[in-house]
Design a protein around this ligand. Sequence first.
Ligand code: KIV
Length: 277
Amino acid sequence: MSATIKRTVPTPSDILARKGGTPLVCLTAYTTPIAQLVDEQCDIVLVGDSVGMVLHGLPSTLGVTMDMMVMHGQAVARGLSRSMMVVDMPFGSYEESPEQAFRNAARLMAETGCSAVKLEGGVEIAPTIRHLTARSIPVMAHIGLTPQAINTLGGYKVQGRGEDAKRILADADAVVEAGAFSVVLEKVPANLADEITARIPIPTIGIGASAGCDGQILVVDDMLGLFTAFKPKFAKRYATLGQDAATAIESYADEVRAREFPAAEHIFGDTAPEPKK
Ligand code: KIV
């Protein structure tokens, strides 16, 4: 009998069952090659709307569209065989009404094959989450710093310090009540993240939160050192691929200018080589 353990793609219920267990490993991905790389290690791969800033050079996530999320979701789906794929609902695709949210969430699921959608907000968006979960759309919630709300939050600030913790606790309770199967806690004090993790029955997935969360997520380009426009405090760099790429491109440019590239092994003769006898 083979000792290999066959891993199947986890469902939202499997993720829910991981509450309090081995921490969930989550990363973002936006393209097929990166999806193939992260698939081996991740429980959840998020096609985040961070794609707008990371790959499209937008100043925030606000300009991301449904078409962009569908296209990147399809690309990521082609690279995954083991991890669960969640796709972000972009700004403007769910806030208008629960019906609008259902229409767009259903499109993301039908056109990308994702297992769940993620949307930002707590108490105010809970009726929409309820509308989706009651209609077979698993929802990952996202509270604390919600980047689609930077204009009303006043920037990318830590949320839930001091008295403000009550607001985040109420958000956590509301998304649980609405049926979310997990919740991202972004940029909240570690003690608050620990309190929420102990309080609610669904997995908390931290980003700038606490090692005590039920899982962690990072933007893959941040942790690989590929996105260097700025580095949030919580984004640990595990590699410096951006720097490595710059060095490689400089070497190429130097060799082209010095006529050292292409070398003999990269070019073709006028006649085909004799077949080996
Ligand atoms: O868009 C994104 O990548 C996210 C994660 C940072 C949680 O929402």
